[in-house]
Structure formats: C-alpha cells, structure tokens
Design a protein around this ligand. Structure first.
Ligand code: ZN
Ligand code: ZN
Length: 173
C-alpha cells in the first residue's frame, strides 16, 4: 500500500495532563509499505451502525497492541486505519500496516498468524476489568484521532467475529 502521513500538530503532556497543543505545518510524508486488511462484507452482526467505527477502531488498537507477541517488533512499528466504509475496499475495513518505508514483513506475519492474533486481542479486551475501554486494552497512546470514537462492546463484537473467521473473507483453519 501507499501510505501518506500528515503531521498536523503535537501535544505536550505532563503525566496525564495536556500542557499545550501546537499546530505544525509540515509537508505530508508518502511511502510504500506492506499491509493486511480485514473487510466485513456483511458488517458486524449485533453492532449498531453508530458503534461500527468505534468497534473497528478499538479492534485495530487491540490487534496492534498484541502484535509484538507474535512478531519481533515494537507496537510503534505497526500502524492502523479503520473505516466504516473504506473507499477502496467499499466495505467496513481495518487496515494494519508496517509503519516502515518499504515494509518489514510484519503485516505478512500478522496475516499468517491471524488466528492467534485475533484470539489474543479478544482476550486482552474481554478480560480487561474496565467498562468503557482504557489504556490497558483499547486506548492507544499513538492514536491519530485522539482515541475517538472507541466502543469496548463494539470492539469485542468485531474481535469475536474475527476469531470465528466467518464472513471476513479470510479462511482460518
Ligand atoms: Zn480496559
Ligand atoms: Zn486510533
């Protein structure tokens, strides 16, 4: 895939407190990389449209958080994008990609180990004692959209569907 990253600003954070938010004007950075995407041709059963993006987005974060268990990488090496209707796949979609110019083969390993990745991500979220999602499960310190929107309940539905391997277009043995 071709990735275009735009750095629109930065925040100064002291512990959990935001001290300042400064805009940045930098040219976008474009590079080619490897990606894995998950399309949901029939949507996510039981997930209302208003929670679809929150569920996909939470699942994207959880899958990325678990990735270092399966591939030798830092969670900073993998990035993601979620869309309730992606313009290229024309489906509700989660994309995971190597955030490294030229790719580093990480997306490929995630694809071949997907069954385990989805299972571990589901345990991470469903075993977390929080009610609406927290930094231990679906919140990501690196989220480009300030962890909005996120739905813990929706995330569990998306991840459960992925572990079942039904209607995802991905064959899981
Ligand atoms: Zn949590
Ligand atoms: Zn995010």
């Amino acid at each position: 895939m071709r990735v275009t990253e735009s750095f629109i600003g930065y925040k100064t954070i002291h512990f959990d407190r935001t001290i300042s938010v400064e805009p940045l004007e930098l040219p976008p950075h474009t590079y080619e990389s490897d990606a894995l995407w998950l399309g949901f041709p029939k949507g996510v059963p039981g997930l209302p449209p208003a929670d679809l993006l929150g569920g996909l987005h939470g699942a994207e974060h959880a899958l990325i958080a678990i990735a270092p268990l399966l591939v030798l990488c830092d969670r900073e090496d993998i990035a993601g994008v979620s869309s309730p209707l992606h313009e290229q796949t024309t489906l509700p979609t989660i994309i995971l990609f190597d955030e490294i110019e030229g790719g580093a083969g990480l997306a490929e390993v995630l694809y071949t180990s997907f069954e385990r990745l989805a299972k571990e991500a589901l345990s991470l979220v469903s075993d977390c004692p929080c009610t609406d999602g927290c930094p231990s499960c679906i919140y990501s310190p690196r989220c480009g959209s300030h962890n909005q929107p996120l739905s813990k309940d929706g995330t569990i539905k998306v991840l459960r569907l992925l572990t079942e391997g039904t209607n995802t277009g991905l064959k899981i043995k």
